[in-house]
Write a protein that binds this ligand. Sequence first.
Ligand code: MLT
Length: 251
Amino acid sequence: MRIGSFGYDVHGEGPPLLLLHGFSFDRTLWDDNIAALASHARVIRLDFRGVGESPLASFSIDDLADDAARLLDLLGVPMAYVAGLSMGGYAALAFAARHAVRLSGLILADTRAGADSVEVKRKRDAGIAQIRHQGPEAYATAVLPRLLSSLAPTEMRERALRMSIQAPESMIAALTAMRERPDRQSDLKNICCPALIVVGSEDVITPPDEAAAMARAIPGAELVTIAGAGHLSNLEAPDEFNRALIDFVVR
Ligand code: MLT
């Protein structure tokens, strides 16, 4: 479905819950979460620029946050729970900084508030070069082992790989936006809506100690650690992930 220049869909009734996906996925990253979440909330899924049904236009992470706010405008939703996983979490943190009054609550899953280190910025550049020279599939294949825990079944790995292959220019735009994003650690103490941090115990991209640090820094934040799940905790452990979000939204 499209509205304005946004690919999106809406499921269920209840408090609005906007889902912001990670890199390099589109809104189908949430396919295993929709049915459960939509029995408790009005779930809105957005495709970030360049993936799914949303056309590419160059962007920063702040632009993704503003897109999310614009989509809520177009749907006539004044306030929502905003849940972002990984890159979606970077956008959710930018949303909290730029559109705080629209937040019923903030859910940060498998993400971090800090900017990229010098080493991570170098890896982003190497990733961009790999996409340019070898193509998106080579990049996605190289990254896959870090997205899921070592116990994830082959079928889940193959599915995650298929889902993570996007147009090269879209993947490059997202890597560039993540590399340039600001450090938002000092914003955390100013978040005044209810906040939930979710992390897979086996997440090696945005590990549990960083999640715990975010939970300590946000006043009153709750932390849920999903045992055995890797970075894509929503995909690897959908029941536990859904339960954490439902318990947070429905109270
Ligand atoms: C994501 O899952 O969105 C990315 O792995 C985040 C990142 O690379 O920083």
